[in-house]
Design a protein around this ligand. Sequence first.
Ligand code: UD1
Length: 418
Amino acid sequence: MSSYVIEGGKKLEGEIKVSGSKNSSLPIIAATILNGGISKLYNVPKIHDTQMMFEILKQLGCEVKKNGNKVVVDSSKLNKHEISENLMREMRSSVILAGALIGRVHKAVFSYPGGCDIGTRPIDLHLKGFEKLGINIKENYGNISCVCDKIESAKIDLDFPSVGATENIILASCLADGTTIISNAAMEPEIIDLQDFLNKMGAKISGAGTNIIEIKGVKKLKDVSYNIMPDRIEAGTYLCAGTITGGNIKLINVVPEHITPVINKLEEAGCKIDTGKNYIELEAPKRIKPINIKTMPYPGFPTDMQSVITAVATTAKGTSVIVENIFENRYKYVQELIRMGAKITIEGKTAIVKGVRRIHGANVKATDLRGGAAIVVEALAAKGTTRIDEIKYILRGYEDLDKKLKSLGAKIYIKEGE
Ligand code: UD1
């Protein structure tokens, strides 16, 4: 098991390029199934989750050729519609392949994604959407099998603007007969990226980025090349790393509007932030003011940034209040921050963070992807050395985290486990 070893207390300075978005890449990689041809993808982050998604495509009969961040998928020889249980377990977001398989071959078999590190994460909204599209769903011992003769168009009103359900319904319906309308759709930028990718492939989708999305079914899709958008959560994580170390950093290849609530909160905390079309520059004060945050669906404060901003709040001058409204079990990482001297109490959805002047290094472990990122951020500001075990969670979502931090002056290295 590999670990990060971080010697804290170094002020981060310099410029880094933000990688392509993990949460855009995953549904777009799934969507390459739909054209039965060639998809050239650029700016794909080389992280565990995208590599797993390509493995699943290969198991389904697709050809995948990788060259750095460019990946070419040929889905013409797709010959399976079953996603194996161990791959479903490995990566919950593989559920997004169901919509793409249904769209292409009108059938998909997969297992229940099961419980997860940040909450129960049900998929009832995905399945309700599929049913509305005329898909027959049978559940048997945790296996879900979806089948239909043809995909019908439908009006689907989501009970909650779920990102995954919105994406799955788009994928399943873009080759349907007639027009499908999703209301109370998720409005995240990743949905716009999926829409833009599919439209370049010949789909007729409009409204992504608003809460009503219209998908006019088309008969056929064509070959496509596409550049994945920058990762807004990675960008936010580096801004937080810069802030907690009192640093001065510039991010390039970033869309500042995608993280407006993060920028606003860091400004309120005392950072000076300058943004341009594709850059963000941050100059942090020695010690920030406390921050109050409530996570919400986009355009609210992103739940994926909750842990990282909580880490920043641990050294603020005063008490911060953080409320997690999206996932019920997203504070597991807090016990690790407490080992490092943070003063945090959890009451239900709320974390009360009493800022302290100094935190210290400790032996800790990553609990999940974003919780792990929070611990890295904390360690960068800690006095002494922190060893973070179980970094496999962090490697799921951050490309070259250690190299990028090193280039900003951090003292971090990977210690390979036995
Ligand atoms: C996606 C992101 C994840 C992010 C989340 C919220 C990917 C790969 N992951 O996850 O990083 O934290 O959006 O921004 O893009 N829910 C149901 N029933 C369902 C589906 C969801 O009750 O069928 C609930 C969930 O339990 C959760 C909430 O809806 O409480 C939001 O989930 P959702 O938006 O679906 O998140 P994901 O798509 O899983």
